[in-house]
Design a protein around this ligand. Sequence first.
Ligand code: DAH
Length: 338
Amino acid sequence: MINKINEIRAELEAASAANAAEVEALRIKYLSKKGAINALMADFRNVPAEQKREIGQALNELKAFATDRINALRDAAEGEGDSSLLDLTRTAAPVRLGTRHPLSLVREQIIDIFRRLGFTIAEGPEVEDDWHVFESLNFAADHPARDMQDTFFIGRRPDVLLRTHTSSVQTRVMTSQKPPIRIICPGRVYRNEAISARAHCFFHQVEALYVDKNVTFADLRQTLLYFAREMFGPQTEIRLRPSYFPFTEPSAEMDISCDLCGGKGCSFCKGTGWVEILGCGMVDPAVLEACGIDSKEYSGFALGMGIERITNLKYRVKDLRLFSENDTRFLEEFTAAH
Ligand code: DAH
């Protein structure tokens, strides 16, 4: 038995393999179930008792040696295969970095601008109830403004729905925190619209809300001007047009000067020199009261904008569907925008 063990060990020491197939042949010959070492193991029971200790140890060592040797031959064979092709002076293959989605880029820019004014991020659920999306924001059950926002309802319950705007986060925060409140709420919203280049059934908004003592329309205007100039450049002018939203009074829509034509009028701004970017206003006292905030002591302003809209203005994306198709050719165009 000892002779046989030494013989195999000598064979293994002398063995060589030029490629993976030859290594595998060696493994089968020595280490497989029907291999030489297992055959010796099977013979082990015929070894006289007084030699069992010595031979058992020699067998175990042989097996460990064979395993190491064959692994070493395999490593060498694999290395061998490549080494003729290996050019250590070659430049490393470039690592392809992913890109950030344009909507994420713009959302971060918006958040960053408001953060500098002291706003902090607040979030709310996408599956909402009627109270937070409509009722608390002054949309009574039969209010015609509900038709402006085609709502997706969930199941058969009329009060469970996908939020149609991030204004619902306003009431979530106002019912759970005390003024002063200064928040910015980015999020996805849903509307039951036919999908086209200009409309989608989901999109993204950012809402801002500021509630404190003595907050005035002048604060709103100054915040909007700061935002517009940080976002679109220092030459940007803003214009506020009277508008209507149930949850603000007075309400306004904000336009910025068209940066394509510098305000002179072009096809992009339909000759007006202005493009609309967001809705805003002073929080309606009824909304403050619905959330348990004393409207005689506190006032506030709110504003809401579509992230897709801002992104279109910055990067001129013509078709809204591009934002959700994940076409890497589109996404890669934003690599330099980081
Ligand atoms: N929630 C409005 C919408 O989805 C946008 C909006 C308008 C938000 C005026 C506001 C606001 O906070 O004051 O169309």
